[in-house]
Structures are given as structure tokens and as C-alpha cells.
Design a protein around this ligand. Structure first.
Ligand code: NDP
Ligand code: 2IT
Length: 445
């Protein structure tokens, strides 16, 4: 058996129930075939793939807190420090009831390659808790964040591991966690978390970074394939941090975003999504999308899933993993979609990805197209180290440069290995080559 197949068999046997983790590993290992096959004996002797698929460290802990009614509540907290070869572990924290070890491992595995692609010095990690922020009071959120940090603080630091936000963790939660970290440590260690508020070391443009970056990369991908984003109709899923700023930047680049969704339903707005109303509903009021529909008489609200049934040129899945499945891909292709770029992490299933690629749809995987968030987190760390801050334009320009460079990096890697236009392979290979180089240079550690 070849080295790749041997490792994938091993990973499957050792992680039987971890379907998201297996999905992420399968996609990467498939892409690495041509790289590994060039020098299989060498990689095998170095056990490089074993090292690639096994996290350096996983911490799982109990998070006790007290709700407003005085009941004790218990959640499970996680931090997976996957690979620290390129820099301090770096990656977000997710608070969502679906969080489990498989989800944490898939996200942190992906983060290794994503952070490598940014070209900034960051290793890969992810963490979070199976805590559901929905319906919780602000004080409950604060107590949960404080309890979570009371355990997590032992494992993080500006030179060791730097968490940030993800689903269910935004500026409010980062603020509460930062406050607790500062209190426990008795020191102002700004660089320990990113996505901080602007009044205490946050970076301008971090809030916008993932959505804006997604659009910068999509624009470059279209441009390099003889097309233009201006005038295109865009279907976006999600209505959170990534989706909102993807929609905002789509408008700025001359495209028309017509959909968004949350976990209960979705909106089709034929006039294009009104960003100000969406922000008011989601960021300020933390309300459902039915409130958006009330404010926009022409918009249609539907229960359940359905964003991918809308006719569009470009699809941007920005909600969560496995939200774009084979039937969705077929509906998109039937409606003439020409490009799909992932704002979320692994939103497209392997079958759907393959189908889109076979049908000639330009497809960019999240580890490249959503790297703008962590890239600006890297810039936040740099600003914290300098004790200085750049203007919005300075950060935004650097973000744009990084996203364009990432696209060319994966486009070139795909071409070099005879898979021109396969940006999934390009991203995995380009991300892997830098990571492998750093791992090999540091010996067997
Ligand atoms: P938010 O919590 O701000 O928003 C998530 C959105 O997706 C919400 O509208 C939410 O609906 C919806 N959603 C979440 N889970 C589900 C689900 N199981 N089914 C249906 N809808 C769901 O998170 P972000 O916008 O930050 O993250 C979105 C995606 O982007 C994630 O995959 C994340 O990992 C990825 N990402 C985020 C980055 C960042 O900087 N924030 C960077 C790179 C990637 P509802 O409001 O009803 O919960
Ligand atoms: O998935 C991701 O890249 C993020 N949630 C952002 C991580 C970060 O450290 O900014």
C-alpha cells in the first residue's frame, strides 16, 4: 500500500466516529498524492504524514457556570494545538451546541494549512465549547466566558497560543475572555487574543476581514479566469460575521448579493440585501431574519434551507460545515453558477466539491478564501507587539495584498503539479509545502 493510503487507513481506524475530521483529512491527503509520490521513501522515513495528522496536544476541560435562575450548568471546553512549527498556535474559539472533538480536530487541522498560506508566522489551533449562546442573557454569556478562560488561560499566551473568534464568539465574548485573562495574569498581555475591541488593542478591519478577504480573493480568481465580479448576482449563506461583510464588500465591488440565512431560515431579496438593516437585526438586536423581512417588503423569508436554489453567478457559503451538499451543487449548476468560494470552513461536502469541479465551476476552498480573518489576526498580533496601530486603509490594503498572493500561490502550486485550475489541490499543496519545510527543518519533534 502506498504511504498516503496507509496513513488514511490508520486515521480512519483510529478516529472511527469523527466524520468531519476524516472528511478534512481525506481531502488533504488526496491532494498531496503527487507531492508525496515524488519522494515517498523520504517522507515515510520522516513519518511526516503521521506527524501531520496527529495533533501536538489536545486539552478538554469542564466549564462550570451559573445561569440567571441560579442553576449550576456544565459544558465541555476544548483547545486543540495542532501544529506549532510555523509560529504560536493560532485559531478561533467556537461556541455552538454542535462542538465536539471531531469538529475541533477538523477545524484545527484545516487551520494549519490556512495559516501557512497567509505567509504570516502562525501555527494551527482551534477551540471552543458545546455552549449555546442563543437565548442567554449578557450576564450569562459573561459568566460562561470567565469560567471558560479560568481554565483556558493555563494553555495560552502571546508567544504560545493566541485564540480569536469563530461561530458564536465575537467582540463581546473576546472582551469578556480578555478581561478574565488579564485579571488572572495580573498583566496586560494584549497579544494573547485577537479580535479584541478597538479600545484595548484590537485591529481596525478585523471585523470585516474574513468577508472582505473572501471577496478580494473571489475577484482575483474571476479576473484570472477572464471574468469580472462587477454585475454578478451572488448567493450568500449565513448572517453572521463572515456573511455580513462578504455582502458588504460584494456591493462595493459592483456585484449584487441577494440572499442570506441563519439556522432557522433564509432570505431572498430581489433588490439585493440591505446591509444596514442586516447589521441592525443581527449585530445590534441579535434577532432572527424574520425581522429583516419585516423591514423589507419585497424580501421573501423562507423557513429551513434553500439559499442554493436561487439563480446566481457566484455562491459564497458563509455559515457552517457541510451546508452545501451534492443536491445543492446540482441546483447551483442547473442555475448557471460559475464560481463558488467558501467563506465558512468546509461548507461544501467532498461529493459536492467534486461535482462542481467536474462541471467547470471555479471552486476555492475555505482554507484559502476565508484566510483573511486569521491574516488580519496576524496583523493584530504584529500591531500589539509594536504597541502601535495601523489605519483601516493600511490594514485593508495589506489584507487585499495577502488574499491576492494566496490566490496566486495556490494557482501556481496547482499548475506545478499538473492540476491547473484545481484550487483545492493547489491550496493543500502550497499550505503543506511550507509546513513540511518548517517541520523537517526542526527535526523529529
Ligand atoms: P457567526 O456566529 O457570526 O455566524 C454564523 C452564521 O451561520 C449565523 O448566521 C448562524 O445562524 C449560521 N449557522 C451557524 N451554524 C449553523 C448551523 N449548524 N446551521 C445553520 N446555520 C448555521 O460565525 P462566523 O460568521 O464568524 O463564522 C461562519 C463560518 O465562517 C464558520 O464556518 C467559521 O468557522 C468560518 N470562519 C470564520 C472566521 C471569522 O473570522 N469569524 C474566519 C474564517 C472562517 P444563527 O444566527 O441562527 O446561529
Ligand atoms: O477559522 C478561522 O480562521 C477563524 N475563525 C479565525 C481565526 C483567527 O485566529 O483569527
Amino acid at each position: 500500500m502506498g504511504y498516503i493510503d496507509e496513513i488514511f487507513t490508520q486515521v480512519r481506524e483510529q478516529n472511527i466516529a469523527q466524520k468531519e475530521f476524516l472528511q478534512a483529512v481525506e481531502e488533504v491527503l488526496e491532494s498531496l498524492r503527487p507531492v508525496i509520490e515524488r519522494d515517498e521513501a523520504f517522507y515515510r522515513r520522516e513519518a511526516l504524514l503521521e506527524r501531520l495528522v496527529n495533533p501536538e496536544r489536545i486539552v478538554i476541560f469542564r466549564v462550570p457556570w451559573v445561569d440567571d435562575a441560579g442553576n449550576a450548568r456544565i459544558n465541555k471546553g476544548f483547545r486543540v494545538q495542532y501544529n506549532g512549527s510555523i509560529g504560536p498556535y493560532k485559531g478561533g474559539l467556537r461556541f455552538h451546541p454542535t462542538v465536539n472533538l471531531s469538529v475541533m480536530k477538523f477545524l484545527s487541522f484545516e487551520q494549519n494549512f490556512k495559516n501557512s498560506l497567509t505567509a504570516l508566522p502562525m501555527g494551527g489551533a482551534k477551540g471552543g465549547a458545546d455552549f449555546d449562546p442563543k437565548g442567554k442573557s449578557d450576564r450569562e454569556i459573561m459568566r460562561f466566558c470567565q469560567s471558560f478562560m479560568t481554565e483556558l488561560y493555563k494553555y495560552i499566551g502571546s508567544d504560545t497560543d493566541v485564540p480569536a473568534g469563530d461561530i458564536g464568539v465575537g467582540a463581546r465574548e473576546i472582551g469578556y475572555m480578555y478581561g478574565q485573562y488579564r485579571r488572572i495574569k495580573g498583566a496586560y498581555e494584549g497579544g494573547v487574543l485577537t479580535g479584541k475591541g478597538l479600545s484595548f488593542g484590537g485591529s481596525l478591519a478585523r471585523t470585516e476581514a474574513t468577508g472582505y478577504g473572501l471577496l478580494y480573493l473571489t475577484q482575483e480568481m474571476l479576473r484570472c479566469n477572464g471574468s469580472d465580479i462587477a454585475g454578478k448576482t451572488v448567493a450568500v449563506s449565513g448572517a453572521g460575521n463572515v456573511a455580513i461583510y462578504a455582502i458588504e464588500k460584494a456591493w462595493q465591488l459592483g456585484a449584487k448579493p441577494v440572499t442570506c440565512s441563519d439556522s432557522t431560515g433564509w432570505i431572498y431579496d430581489p433588490d439585493g440585501i440591505d446591509v444596514a438593516i442586516l447589521k441592525e437585526v443581527k449585530e445590534v438586536r441579535r434577532a432572527r431574519l424574520t425581522e429583516y423581512a419585516k423591514a423589507r417588503p419585497n424580501a421573501q423569508y423562507h423557513e429551513g434551507k434553500g439559499v442554493w436554489t436561487v439563480k446566481c453567478d457566484i455562491a459564497l457559503p458563509c455559515a457552517t460545515q457541510n451546508e452545501l451538499l451534492l443536491d445543492d451543487a446540482k441546483a447551483l449548476v442547473a442555475n448557471g453558477v460559475t464560481a463558488v468560494a467558501e467563506g465558512a470552513n468546509m461548507p461544501t461536502s467532498l461529493e459536492a466539491t467534486k461535482y462542481l469541479q467536474e462541471k467547470g465551476v471555479l471552486f476555492c476552498p475555505g482554507k484559502a478564501s476565508n484566510a483573511g480573518g486569521v491574516a488580519v489576526s496576524g496583523l493584530e498580533m504584529a500591531q500589539n507587539s509594536m504597541r502601535y496601530s495601523w489605519t483601516f486603509e493600511e490594514v485593508d490594503n495589506k489584507l487585499k495584498e495577502i488574499m491576492i498572493r494566496i490566490f496566486h500561490n495556490l494557482d501556481d502550486a496547482a499548475k506545478e503539479y499538473g492540476m491547473a485550475g484545481n484550487y483545492v489541490a493547489g491550496a493543500n499543496i502550497a499550505g503543506f509545502l511550507k509546513l513540511a519545510n518548517a517541520m523537517l527543518a526542526q527535526g523529529i519533534v
